[in-house]
Every structure is written in C-alpha cells, then in structure tokens.
Design a protein around this ligand. Structure first.
Ligand code: F6P
Length: 372
C-alpha cells in the first residue's frame, strides 16, 4: 500500500534543507510512496497549508539554499493565531490523520526537536533530521548546514585579513551559533583567527589584549578576533544567570513573565557587547579596532558538497527508518555512520563545545588563544 509521508522544516533555515527534501522525495518516489510538504514550519500542519511534492518537484533542489517549504519558529502548543497564542496540538493531530500520514518528518534544530518530541508523545509517528548552522544539537556529531556556514565564515575571515593587515587593525568578527561556540571555533581556526572567543570559555579583555600586544611585539601588526554571538562579558553572564534562575524558579505566570522581560532587557542592554569589547581593546592596545557582524550571511548560500552529501545520506536513511516503522527517533551522525537515536534522549539538550575538545587543543598548539 503506498504511504503518505509528511515533511516540514522548522526553526532557522540553512543551506542543505532542500537537498534533504530532495533525497527524501526521490527515495519515496522510487518505491511509489507519496511526500506531502507542510509549509512554514509547524504552522503548516496546524493550519493545513500543504505542498504535494512529486518526482518532478525536486530538480534544482540539491544546490538551492533555504527551504522551498519555508519555515517558522512557532511552537505547536504556543501558536500565534491573530493576536492570540493558542495550543494547536489537537489541530496538528487532526490534520495528521486527515491526510492519513504514516509518518511526519521534522527537519530542524533544538527547538524543533522539543516540538517533535511533544508530537511523538501525542501518538504521532515522528522521525527528525538534524539541521542548524549552530551544530549545537545533542546526540549527533554534526548537523546539516554547519559545514556550509563554516565555509562562509572562513571566507569572510579570509577577506578581513587583507584589510586588517593594510590598516594594522584589530578585526573583531561576530559569528552566529546562538549559545555555543562551534561555528566561531571551526570558522575561526579555518580562517586563521588569532584569538577566538566562545561562550564555553570565559574571557578577560586584558587577556585578549595580551595576545594582540604579543603579536605586535613580534611584528604582526594586525589581529583577527572571531567572537561567537553568545559571548558576553562577565557581569552580563552573572546577570543572565540570575535572571534565568529566577525564570526557572518562578512559580506563577506573573513571576515567569517578569523574568522573561528581565532577560529581554539584558539582551537589549548587551546587544552591542562586541562593539564595547572593541572599544576596550582599542583603549588597552592603542590599535584601531573594527567590528564585522556576519549575521544572516551565515545562513545563506548554496550547500557545500559535504552538506549535499550529508543531506542526501540523512534523507535516504530517514526513509529507510520509516519503511522499517522505526519512529520517535532522530537520524544522527555518529562518526562515519548514521543511526536512529530516541527523541526522548536528545530533545531539549544543548551540545556545547567541551573545553577539552580536540579543536580547542589543536588551536592552542598553533598559538591561538581564547582570552582565558
Ligand atoms: O539557530 C540558527 C541561528 O542562525 C542562530 O545562530 C542565531 O542566533 C539565530 O538563528 C537567529 O535567529 P533569526 O534568524 O530568527 O533571527
């Protein structure tokens, strides 16, 4: 009996998403099963916004960035409907059965996996695929999109070397990664950064300046400082930790809302933290300093061959899993292999950079410092 499989992309987009959709669709078509796309993340299955995907719909997708299904960060149980926020879980379950889905594939990062687990616990057959440029998903060595973002960051830092050298400047490059340093670390090493700042390693501006002054004394009159967007000065880290603790301890809606407001104000207050660090470094070292924030450039572009291969492997492995009726799992990358991992084990868990990670030790051996 031909099966109908649902698929959606949720959370931040990244290069490689369309390559995954293509791999799933072509594999299903080869065994006469149907692929039904749901648009705009979980909104699509909540509000029944479908996009049937037939075998003629996949040409050109391997190299196309972004997602043809579009995406959103909305959560099934907290879905904006007009001016209200509604729990659309039941609507999702109804639409899942209305379309007689055998399984719903959710392609996403941390938030998506928490939402996918909730739907699995509602009795839906769910298989997820790991994607995010942050590579911060627990349970998998790597995520679709990370490799391409590292390539983008590396090329950006390459471009900064010539202007930093010409002007004998310190160049701070703010790199995405949400609350982890994977992207800044990988792109910083590959791009030849001199001091790499990541959330996992607390830094002191004076220590950053020390490396820069040491470089100056040995005739290297410019420095490149890749800094992850999740890096904050110590006072901010303490304030965030206190506000986060208050939010976790809040025993009523009012206290929870107050703590959320406090966190938003802190984010607002420290929005320009990288510019502030640049000013401090300029003051300490006497060198001109400039800031480049790479922003959403890191989410764009055509996927690298590595990500196209990874996307194709994950898409086909996902279909194998579905046809073997193995549900409630994420297809994870473990070394050279792909394997299904129970959603219960990984959903909601952040994968930070271990401070003894090989990338950190190899960076230090080449003279890169981390502000510590
Ligand atoms: O999760 C991917 C990511 O690019 C993070 O690195 C970044 O902090 C966030 O998304 C930006 O979110 P948005 O695209 O919603 O502004």
């Amino acid at each position: 009996m031909p099966k109908t499989i649902g698929i959606l992309t949720a959370g931040g987009d990244c290069p490689g998403l369309n390559a995954v959709i293509r791999a799933v669709g072509k594999t299903l078509a080869a065994s006469s099963h149907r692929l039904l796309g749901f648009k705009d993340g979980f909104d699509g299955i909540a509000f029944d916004r479908t996009m049937p995907l037939g075998e003629n719909d996949f040409s050109g997708l391997l190299t196309l960035g972004g997602t043809i299904l579009h995406t959103s960060r909305n959560k099934p149980h907290k879905m904006p409907v007009g001016k209200e926020i509604l729990d659309m879980t039941n609507a999702i379950v109804d639409n899942y059965h209305k379309h007689q889905l055998s399984c719903l594939i959710c392609i996403g990062g941390g938030g998506t996996h928490k939402n996918a687990l909730r739907l699995k616990n509602q009795g839906l057959n769910i298989v997820t695929l790991p994607k995010t440029i942050d590579n911060d998903l627990s349970g998998t060595d790597i995520t679709v999109g990370f490799h391409t973002a590292v390539d983008t960051v590396t090329r950006a830092i390459d471009n900064l070397h010539s202007t930093a050298s010409s002007h004998k400047r310190i160049m701070l490059v703010e790199i995405m990664g949400h609350r982890t340093g994977w992207l800044a670390l990988a792109g910083g090493i590959a791009g030849g950064g001199d001091v790499i700042l990541i959330p996992e390693i607390p830094y002191k501006p004076e220590m950053v300046a020390e490396t820069i002054k040491h470089r100056s004394r040995s005739g290297k009159l410019f420095s490149i400082v890749p800094i992850a967007e999740g890096v904050y000065p110590l006072d901010a880290q303490i304030a965030f930790a206190n506000a986060t603790a208050r939010k976790a301890a809040a025993n009523n809606k009012q206290k929870k809302e107050a703590a959320k407001q406090e966190l938003m104000q802190l984010h607002e207050k420290y929005t320009h933290k990288t510019v502030e660090l640049a000013r401090q470094l300029e003051q300490i070292t006497g060198l001109e300093t400039r800031v480049t924030i790479l922003g959403h450039l890191q989410r764009g572009g055509t996927p690298t061959p590595y990500d196209r291969l990874l996307a194709t492997r994950l898409g086909t492995a996902c279909v194998d899993c579905i046809l073997q009726e193995q549900f409630g799992v994420m297809i994870a990358v473990r070394g050279e292999k792909l394997m299904p991992v129970p959603l219960d084990e990984i959903a909601g868990k952040l994968k930070s950079v271990p401070i003894n990670h090989d990338w950190i030790s190899c960076a230090r051996k080449t003279g890169i410092t981390f502000g510590d």
